[in-house]
Unconditional design. Structure first.
Length: 116
C-alpha cells in the first residue's frame, strides 16, 4: 500500500519560512520522480517544484529563488524549503510521486497559510 504523508505546514507571517516534508512508503522511492503541488481556494492545482529520480529540479516561476526541493532517498522523503513566504503562497500543498502513468500517487495535503 502506497502512502505519502505530508507534514510541516502551518500558519506563518509574510517573510517567514517553512519546510514541508513528504514521507513515502510502499514504493521504491529512489526510482520515482517527486513533486510538490499546491491548490489555493478557487484555483486549480499547480506544480510548485519537481525533482526527478536523478536529482534534477525545476520550479514554477513563483517559486524560483525562494523555494528549494530536495530528496533523501535513504529516508524515502522529499522536502520543500520555502523561504520569504508571501500571502499568495497560501494553499494546500500536496506531494506527488510518479514513475509512470500507472504509478502516480498523491498525499492528502498540508495547509500552508501566510498571513499577518
Amino acid at each position: 500500500q502506497v502512502q505519502l504523508v505530508e507534514s510541516g505546514g502551518g500558519l506563518v507571517q509574510p517573510g517567514e519560512s517553512l519546510r514541508l516534508s513528504c514521507a513515502a512508503s510502499g514504493i521504491i522511492f529512489s526510482i520515482y520522480d517527486m513533486g510538490w503541488y499546491r491548490q489555493a481556494p478557487g484555483k486549480q492545482r499547480e506544480l510548485v517544484a519537481h525533482i526527478n529520480s536523478a536529482g534534477s529540479t525545476n520550479y514554477a516561476d513563483s517559486a524560483k529563488g525562494r523555494f528549494t526541493i530536495s530528496r533523501d532517498n535513504a529516508k524515502n522523503t522529499v522536502y520543500l524549503q520555502m523561504n520569504s513566504l508571501k500571502p499568495e503562497d497560501t494553499a494546500i500543498y500536496y506531494c506527488n510521486s510518479r514513475a509512470s502513468i500507472r504509478h502516480d500517487f498523491w498525499g492528502q495535503g498540508t495547509q500552508v497559510t501566510v498571513s499577518a
